[in-house]
Design a protein around this ligand. Structure first.
Ligand code: IPD
Ligand code: CA
Ligand code: CA
Length: 257
Protein backbone atom coordinates (compact mmCIF):
# COMPACT_ATOMS: atom_id res chain seq x y z
CA UNK A 1 0.00 0.00 0.00
CA UNK A 2 1.51 3.26 -1.11
CA UNK A 3 1.65 5.79 1.77
CA UNK A 4 0.92 8.45 -0.87
CA UNK A 5 -2.56 6.96 -1.36
CA UNK A 6 -3.33 7.34 2.32
CA UNK A 7 -1.88 10.82 2.54
CA UNK A 8 -4.06 11.89 -0.36
CA UNK A 9 -7.17 10.21 1.08
CA UNK A 10 -6.57 11.94 4.43
CA UNK A 11 -6.32 15.30 2.65
CA UNK A 12 -9.52 14.63 0.68
CA UNK A 13 -11.39 13.51 3.84
CA UNK A 14 -10.26 16.64 5.71
CA UNK A 15 -11.55 18.92 2.94
CA UNK A 16 -14.78 16.93 2.73
CA UNK A 17 -15.19 17.25 6.50
CA UNK A 18 -14.77 21.02 6.25
CA UNK A 19 -17.51 21.17 3.64
CA UNK A 20 -19.81 18.97 5.75
CA UNK A 21 -19.16 21.20 8.75
CA UNK A 22 -20.05 24.29 6.73
CA UNK A 23 -23.46 22.76 5.90
CA UNK A 24 -23.86 21.49 9.49
CA UNK A 25 -23.45 25.01 10.86
CA UNK A 26 -25.67 26.76 8.30
CA UNK A 27 -28.46 24.10 8.38
CA UNK A 28 -29.57 21.99 5.42
CA UNK A 29 -32.59 20.98 3.44
CA UNK A 30 -33.57 17.38 4.19
CA UNK A 31 -35.24 14.89 1.81
CA UNK A 32 -36.46 11.38 2.57
CA UNK A 33 -35.07 8.38 0.65
CA UNK A 34 -37.28 6.00 2.65
CA UNK A 35 -39.59 6.29 5.66
CA UNK A 36 -36.72 7.20 8.01
CA UNK A 37 -33.79 7.24 5.55
CA UNK A 38 -32.70 10.85 4.97
CA UNK A 39 -30.50 12.56 2.42
CA UNK A 40 -29.44 16.19 2.59
CA UNK A 41 -27.93 18.55 0.06
CA UNK A 42 -24.72 18.13 2.08
CA UNK A 43 -24.52 14.36 1.41
CA UNK A 44 -24.70 15.01 -2.31
CA UNK A 45 -22.31 17.99 -2.38
CA UNK A 46 -19.71 16.34 -0.12
CA UNK A 47 -19.77 13.14 -2.18
CA UNK A 48 -19.37 15.14 -5.42
CA UNK A 49 -16.31 16.89 -3.99
CA UNK A 50 -14.73 13.63 -2.78
CA UNK A 51 -15.42 11.82 -6.04
CA UNK A 52 -14.07 14.58 -8.26
CA UNK A 53 -10.86 14.73 -6.21
CA UNK A 54 -10.45 10.95 -6.23
CA UNK A 55 -10.97 10.88 -10.01
CA UNK A 56 -8.35 13.59 -10.47
CA UNK A 57 -5.78 11.99 -8.13
CA UNK A 58 -6.41 8.38 -9.12
CA UNK A 59 -7.66 8.17 -12.70
CA UNK A 60 -8.48 4.57 -13.53
CA UNK A 61 -9.40 3.58 -9.99
CA UNK A 62 -12.94 2.33 -9.37
CA UNK A 63 -15.57 4.00 -7.18
CA UNK A 64 -18.35 2.61 -5.01
CA UNK A 65 -20.38 5.42 -3.45
CA UNK A 66 -23.57 5.89 -1.48
CA UNK A 67 -25.28 8.71 -3.34
CA UNK A 68 -24.15 8.12 -6.94
CA UNK A 69 -23.49 5.39 -9.51
CA UNK A 70 -20.63 2.97 -9.00
CA UNK A 71 -17.94 2.95 -11.67
CA UNK A 72 -15.03 0.72 -12.77
CA UNK A 73 -15.59 -1.88 -10.07
CA UNK A 74 -13.39 -4.40 -11.89
CA UNK A 75 -10.28 -2.19 -11.40
CA UNK A 76 -7.49 -3.30 -9.05
CA UNK A 77 -8.17 -0.37 -6.71
CA UNK A 78 -11.70 0.72 -5.77
CA UNK A 79 -12.51 3.60 -3.40
CA UNK A 80 -15.61 3.17 -1.24
CA UNK A 81 -17.17 6.47 -0.21
CA UNK A 82 -19.75 7.43 2.41
CA UNK A 83 -19.77 11.25 2.31
CA UNK A 84 -21.64 11.60 5.61
CA UNK A 85 -22.08 8.55 7.82
CA UNK A 86 -24.63 9.56 10.41
CA UNK A 87 -26.94 11.65 8.23
CA UNK A 88 -29.84 11.47 10.69
CA UNK A 89 -27.55 12.84 13.42
CA UNK A 90 -26.28 15.49 11.00
CA UNK A 91 -29.81 16.57 10.04
CA UNK A 92 -30.77 16.95 13.72
CA UNK A 93 -27.69 18.96 14.68
CA UNK A 94 -26.18 16.05 16.64
CA UNK A 95 -22.43 16.07 16.07
CA UNK A 96 -21.74 12.32 15.69
CA UNK A 97 -21.15 12.05 11.97
CA UNK A 98 -18.13 11.50 9.76
CA UNK A 99 -16.72 11.23 6.27
CA UNK A 100 -15.64 7.70 5.40
CA UNK A 101 -13.30 6.74 2.54
CA UNK A 102 -12.13 3.14 2.22
CA UNK A 103 -9.78 1.58 -0.31
CA UNK A 104 -10.18 -1.94 -1.69
CA UNK A 105 -7.46 -3.70 -3.61
CA UNK A 106 -8.45 -6.77 -5.62
CA UNK A 107 -11.63 -7.15 -3.63
CA UNK A 108 -10.16 -6.67 -0.15
CA UNK A 109 -10.20 -3.57 2.08
CA UNK A 110 -6.60 -2.43 2.57
CA UNK A 111 -6.91 1.11 3.90
CA UNK A 112 -9.44 3.52 5.35
CA UNK A 113 -9.87 7.09 6.49
CA UNK A 114 -12.70 8.25 8.77
CA UNK A 115 -12.93 11.92 9.71
CA UNK A 116 -15.31 13.39 12.31
CA UNK A 117 -15.20 17.14 11.58
CA UNK A 118 -16.98 18.51 14.68
CA UNK A 119 -14.51 16.81 17.04
CA UNK A 120 -11.75 17.14 14.44
CA UNK A 121 -10.77 13.50 14.83
CA UNK A 122 -9.01 11.93 11.86
CA UNK A 123 -8.78 8.14 12.02
CA UNK A 124 -6.82 6.25 9.39
CA UNK A 125 -5.30 2.85 8.91
CA UNK A 126 -3.58 0.86 6.22
CA UNK A 127 -2.68 -2.79 6.11
CA UNK A 128 0.56 -3.29 8.00
CA UNK A 129 0.82 0.42 8.94
CA UNK A 130 -1.26 0.39 12.13
CA UNK A 131 -4.28 2.48 13.09
CA UNK A 132 -3.94 6.18 13.87
CA UNK A 133 -5.97 9.01 15.39
CA UNK A 134 -4.68 12.55 14.82
CA UNK A 135 -1.12 11.30 14.44
CA UNK A 136 -1.15 8.95 17.45
CA UNK A 137 -1.24 5.19 17.25
CA UNK A 138 -4.46 3.67 18.63
CA UNK A 139 -5.16 0.23 20.13
CA UNK A 140 -8.30 -1.61 21.11
CA UNK A 141 -9.16 -1.95 24.80
CA UNK A 142 -8.00 -4.75 27.08
CA UNK A 143 -11.39 -5.51 28.59
CA UNK A 144 -11.63 -9.29 28.84
CA UNK A 145 -15.14 -9.85 30.18
CA UNK A 146 -18.32 -8.83 28.43
CA UNK A 147 -19.81 -7.77 31.76
CA UNK A 148 -17.08 -5.09 31.97
CA UNK A 149 -17.55 -3.93 28.40
CA UNK A 150 -19.19 -0.84 26.95
CA UNK A 151 -20.70 -1.88 23.64
CA UNK A 152 -22.36 -0.01 20.82
CA UNK A 153 -24.90 -0.99 18.20
CA UNK A 154 -26.97 0.59 15.45
CA UNK A 155 -30.50 0.26 14.12
CA UNK A 156 -30.88 -0.21 10.36
CA UNK A 157 -33.20 1.95 8.24
CA UNK A 158 -35.78 -0.82 7.93
CA UNK A 159 -36.02 -1.15 11.73
CA UNK A 160 -39.65 0.07 11.71
CA UNK A 161 -40.62 -2.91 9.55
CA UNK A 162 -38.14 -5.50 10.88
CA UNK A 163 -37.39 -4.84 14.50
CA UNK A 164 -37.74 -8.33 15.98
CA UNK A 165 -34.17 -9.43 15.21
CA UNK A 166 -32.69 -6.06 16.25
CA UNK A 167 -34.61 -6.06 19.54
CA UNK A 168 -33.78 -9.74 20.06
CA UNK A 169 -30.04 -8.97 19.87
CA UNK A 170 -30.44 -6.05 22.26
CA UNK A 171 -32.52 -8.07 24.69
CA UNK A 172 -29.74 -10.63 25.03
CA UNK A 173 -26.73 -8.28 24.97
CA UNK A 174 -28.09 -5.67 27.42
CA UNK A 175 -28.08 -7.83 30.56
CA UNK A 176 -24.69 -9.33 29.65
CA UNK A 177 -22.73 -6.06 29.18
CA UNK A 178 -21.82 -3.15 31.43
CA UNK A 179 -23.44 -0.66 29.04
CA UNK A 180 -24.81 -0.41 25.51
CA UNK A 181 -24.85 2.76 23.40
CA UNK A 182 -26.55 3.56 20.09
CA UNK A 183 -24.86 6.51 18.48
CA UNK A 184 -25.92 6.65 14.83
CA UNK A 185 -22.69 6.42 12.83
CA UNK A 186 -21.45 2.90 12.15
CA UNK A 187 -18.11 4.09 10.74
CA UNK A 188 -17.37 6.24 13.77
CA UNK A 189 -18.63 3.59 16.19
CA UNK A 190 -16.16 1.12 14.65
CA UNK A 191 -13.32 3.63 14.99
CA UNK A 192 -14.28 4.04 18.65
CA UNK A 193 -13.79 0.29 19.06
CA UNK A 194 -10.36 0.74 17.46
CA UNK A 195 -9.55 3.55 19.92
CA UNK A 196 -10.64 1.50 22.95
CA UNK A 197 -13.63 3.74 23.72
CA UNK A 198 -16.07 0.95 22.94
CA UNK A 199 -15.16 -2.69 23.54
CA UNK A 200 -17.47 -4.04 20.85
CA UNK A 201 -19.96 -3.07 18.15
CA UNK A 202 -22.59 -4.99 16.20
CA UNK A 203 -25.17 -4.06 13.61
CA UNK A 204 -27.36 -5.73 10.99
CA UNK A 205 -28.13 -4.71 7.40
CA UNK A 206 -25.37 -2.18 6.85
CA UNK A 207 -24.10 -1.08 3.43
CA UNK A 208 -20.55 -1.55 2.10
CA UNK A 209 -19.69 2.17 2.45
CA UNK A 210 -20.64 2.14 6.16
CA UNK A 211 -17.82 -0.24 7.08
CA UNK A 212 -15.21 -0.40 4.26
CA UNK A 213 -12.84 2.16 5.80
CA UNK A 214 -13.43 1.54 9.50
CA UNK A 215 -13.04 -2.24 9.37
CA UNK A 216 -9.38 -1.68 8.49
CA UNK A 217 -9.03 0.77 11.38
CA UNK A 218 -10.36 -1.89 13.79
CA UNK A 219 -8.14 -4.73 12.59
CA UNK A 220 -5.03 -2.53 12.41
CA UNK A 221 -5.74 -1.46 16.01
CA UNK A 222 -5.57 -5.11 17.06
CA UNK A 223 -9.32 -5.80 17.03
CA UNK A 224 -11.35 -8.51 15.36
CA UNK A 225 -14.08 -8.13 12.73
CA UNK A 226 -16.42 -10.95 11.70
CA UNK A 227 -19.98 -11.93 10.96
CA UNK A 228 -22.20 -12.54 13.99
CA UNK A 229 -21.29 -16.25 13.87
CA UNK A 230 -17.56 -15.51 13.80
CA UNK A 231 -17.23 -16.27 10.07
CA UNK A 232 -15.20 -14.04 7.75
CA UNK A 233 -16.76 -10.61 7.26
CA UNK A 234 -17.49 -9.07 3.87
CA UNK A 235 -18.64 -5.45 3.46
CA UNK A 236 -21.45 -6.86 1.28
CA UNK A 237 -22.75 -9.09 4.09
CA UNK A 238 -24.75 -6.50 6.00
CA UNK A 239 -24.06 -7.78 9.50
CA UNK A 240 -20.87 -6.95 11.36
CA UNK A 241 -19.44 -7.84 14.74
CA UNK A 242 -16.32 -5.92 15.77
CA UNK A 243 -14.54 -6.04 19.08
CA UNK A 244 -11.28 -5.79 20.93
CA UNK A 245 -10.86 -9.52 20.21
CA UNK A 246 -10.95 -10.57 23.85
CA UNK A 247 -14.73 -10.39 24.19
CA UNK A 248 -15.44 -11.55 20.62
CA UNK A 249 -16.34 -15.17 21.35
CA UNK A 250 -18.55 -14.05 24.25
CA UNK A 251 -20.42 -11.75 21.85
CA UNK A 252 -20.75 -14.52 19.25
CA UNK A 253 -22.33 -16.82 21.85
CA UNK A 254 -24.91 -14.15 22.63
CA UNK A 255 -25.64 -12.98 19.08
CA UNK A 256 -25.98 -16.47 17.60
CA UNK A 257 -29.20 -17.91 18.96
C1 IPD B 1 -26.19 4.91 8.68
C2 IPD B 1 -25.41 5.05 9.95
C3 IPD B 1 -26.20 4.49 11.11
C4 IPD B 1 -26.60 3.07 10.88
C5 IPD B 1 -27.33 2.90 9.58
C6 IPD B 1 -26.46 3.47 8.43
P1 IPD B 1 -25.93 6.89 6.88
O1 IPD B 1 -25.48 5.47 7.58
O2 IPD B 1 -24.17 4.38 9.86
O3 IPD B 1 -25.45 4.51 12.29
O4 IPD B 1 -27.40 2.62 11.95
O5 IPD B 1 -27.58 1.53 9.39
O6 IPD B 1 -27.11 3.27 7.21
O7 IPD B 1 -27.19 6.66 6.17
O8 IPD B 1 -26.03 7.90 7.94
O9 IPD B 1 -24.78 7.11 5.93
CA1 CA C 1 -23.51 5.25 6.18
CA1 CA D 1 -24.20 8.38 4.25
Amino acid sequence: MSPAYIETAVKIAAQAGDLALHYFRQGVEVRKKGKIDLVTEADVAVEEQIVSELREEFPGHGLLREEGEAENLAEEFVWVVDPIDGTTNFAHGYPMFCVSIGLRRQGREVAGVVYAPVLQEMFWAAEGEGAWLNGRRIRVSEVAKLEDGMLCTGFPYDVHRHYEDVLGDLERVLPAAQAVRRDGSAALNLCYVAAGRFDGFWERRLHPWDTAAARVVVTEAGGRVSRFDGGPYSIFDGEILASNGRIHDQMIRILVR
